[in-house]
Design a protein around this ligand. Structure first.
Ligand SMILES: [Mg+2]
Length: 403
C-alpha cells in the first residue's frame, strides 16, 4: 500500500513536471536554468597593478566574470587568491556563491578573518556576481532583488595625502573641494588621514584645513569630515564640536581608533550629528560589534575589502535591524564603484548620499575599461547592463598588469 502510494505520488510528479516543461511560456526560463546548471568554472586569473587587484573568472560556457578585490597590498591579495582561494573555485558551479564564500573564508581563516583574506574573497565573490549576472542577462541588483533605485547622489571624497609635496596644504584642499562643487556635487567629504600612528597630532591640521575647505565651497554645500582614526575620544569630541560650531560640519567619520568601539560609542553619545564608521570592518561579525557596541549611525561597508557583494549584503541586513544606513566606503572609480552601486540598488537601507572620489586620474586605471559610469548633477546612475556594469578592456589589462 505504502509502495503503491509512493509510486502514485512519483508518477503524478513526473506527469505534472512534464506538463510544466511543455508549457511554451517557460521555455526561456528552462533554457536559462539548464544553461546555468551546465556551467563550470574553468580558471581564475588575477591582474595586479600598483594600487589595484582585478580578478577574472572563466567558465566552460565562454562567459567570464570580472571584478575588483582589495587594492591595498595587491601582490599579497593576489597570492592569497591563488594559493588559498583558487582551489575552492575551480570546477565549481558559479551560482553556488554561498558555498564558495564559506569554503574560502573558513578554510582560509588561518590567514586572518579580516584584511587580506576578505580582500581576496571580495575579488572572487564580486566576479562571481558579475558572472551570474552575465549568464542570466541581469544587472546584479536585479539578480539579488532590486529596490527600485535608479540613481544615487554621491559626495565628493578627497584626502590630505597626495599632491606634489605628499601632504596637501589647507589651500590645496580648498581647491579640490571647490572643483567638486563646480562639477555638481552638493556634498563633499575631507579626509584628514591622520591615522592612529599619529594620534592626537600636534600641531593639529584639522581646524585650519576645514576652515579653508568651508571658505572655498561657501555656506550651502554639505560638509563631512573624516578623522581617519586620528583622535582619542575626548579630543575627537572637542575638535568635532569646534568644527560643527565654526564650519557647520554635518557628519564625522571614524573619529577614533577602529579598535576602540567603546570610545566610538563615547563620541556618538556626545555629538548630535551622525557618525560614520565601518571601512575597517571586514565581515558580518565585526559589523555586529560595530553596531551593538560602537553604535555608529552610518556603516561604511567596503565592497572590495569586506568579503564582496555577498558579505556586504549580510552587513546591510544586520545594520537594517538597528536602523543604520549603509554608506559604502568607495574611493575608486572602477569595479569597486560598480559593485557599490549594485549593492545600493539591492538593500533596504542605502544612505541617500554615497561616497565617490571622482574619476581619480592619479590612479591611472581608466584605460582598463571600455565604458564609464553615468554621472549627472551630482548623481551616479545604477548600471542596468548584465553583471556589475563596467566593461573591462582585456587587452589593456593584459598589457599593463604587473604579474
Ligand atoms: Mg574613511
Amino acid at each position: 500500500m505504502n509502495i503503491n502510494r509512493k509510486s502514485f505520488i512519483k508518477s503524478s510528479f513526473i506527469a505534472s513536471s512534464a506538463f510544466l516543461i511543455n508549457v511554451p511560456i517557460l521555455a526561456t526560463q528552462k533554457t536559462n536554468n539548464e544553461l546555468s546548471k551546465q556551467i563550470k568554472i574553468t580558471d581564475l586569473k588575477t591582474y595586479v597593478f600598483k594600487k589595484a587587484t582585478f580578478v577574472k573568472i572563466e567558465t566552460d560556457s565562454g562567459i567570464s566574470g570580472w571584478a575588483e578585490g582589495d587594492h591595498s597590498n595587491p601582490k599579497l591579495v593576489s597570492k592569497v587568491i591563488n594559493d588559498i582561494c583558487k582551489k575552492e573555485v575551480i570546477g565549481a558551479d558559479p551560482f553556488d556563491t554561498e558555498l564558495l564564500w564559506n569554503n574560502m573564508f573558513f578554510k582560509g581563516e588561518d590567514v586572518g578573518t579580516q584584511g587580506v583574506l576578505t580582500g581576496a574573497i571580495a575579488g572572487i565573490d564580486n566576479a562571481l556576481w558579475d558572472l551570474k549576472g552575465k549568464i542570466l542577462g541581469l544587472p546584479v541588483h536585479k539578480l539579488a532583488g532590486g529596490n527600485g533605485l535608479k540613481k544615487v547622489r554621491v559626495y565628493g571624497s578627497f584626502g590630505r595625502t597626495g599632491g606634489p609635496n605628499g601632504i596637501r596644504t589647507p589651500e590645496e584642499m580648498g581647491k579640490i573641494a571647490a572643483d567638486f562643487v563646480n562639477q555638481g556635487y552638493k556634498t563633499i567629504k575631507a579626509r584628514m588621514q591622520i591615522r592612529q600612528l599619529n594620534i592626537d597630532p600636534d600641531p593639529d591640521p584639522t581646524f585650519e584645513t576645514i576652515k579653508a575647505v568651508r571658505k572655498a565651497i561657501g555656506d550651502d554645500v554639505e560638509l563631512f569630515v573624516d578623522f581617519n582614526n586620528g583622535y582619542t575620544p575626548s579630543r575627537a569630541i572637542t575638535i568635532a564640536k569646534k568644527l560643527i560650531e565654526h564650519f557647520n560640519v554635518a557628519a564625522i567619520e571614524e573619529p577614533v581608533s577602529y579598535l576602540n568601539y567603546q570610545g566610538l560609542n563615547q563620541v556618538v553619545e556626545a555629538l548630535d550629528i551622525p557618525i560614520f564608521a565601518g571601512e575597517h570592518e571586514f565581515n558580518r561579525w565585526q559589523i555586529r560589534d560595530l553596531v551593538t557596541i560602537g553604535n555608529a549611525d552610518f556603516i561604511n561597508a567596503d565592497l572590495i575589502k569586506a568579503g564582496g557583494f555577498s558579505e556586504c549584503r549580510k552587513m546591510a541586513f544586520i545594520a537594517r535591524a538597528f536602523d543604520k544606513y549603509i554608506m559604502t566606503h568607495n574611493t575608486r572609480p572602477t569595479l569597486a564603484t560598480a559593485a557599490s552601486l549594485q549593492l545600493c540598488a539591492s538593500i533596504p537601507n542605502a544612505a541617500r548620499v554615497q561616497e565617490y572620489a571622482g574619476q581619480r586620474i592619479d590612479l591611472d586605471l581608466s584605460n582598463l575599461f571600455k565604458d564609464y559610469f553615468e554621472f549627472k548633477d551630482g548623481y551616479l546612475s545604477i548600471p542596468q547592463v548584465p553583471g556589475l556594469g563596467l566593461t573591462v578592456n582585456e587587452e589593456e589589462m593584459e598589457k599593463n598588469k604587473l604579474n
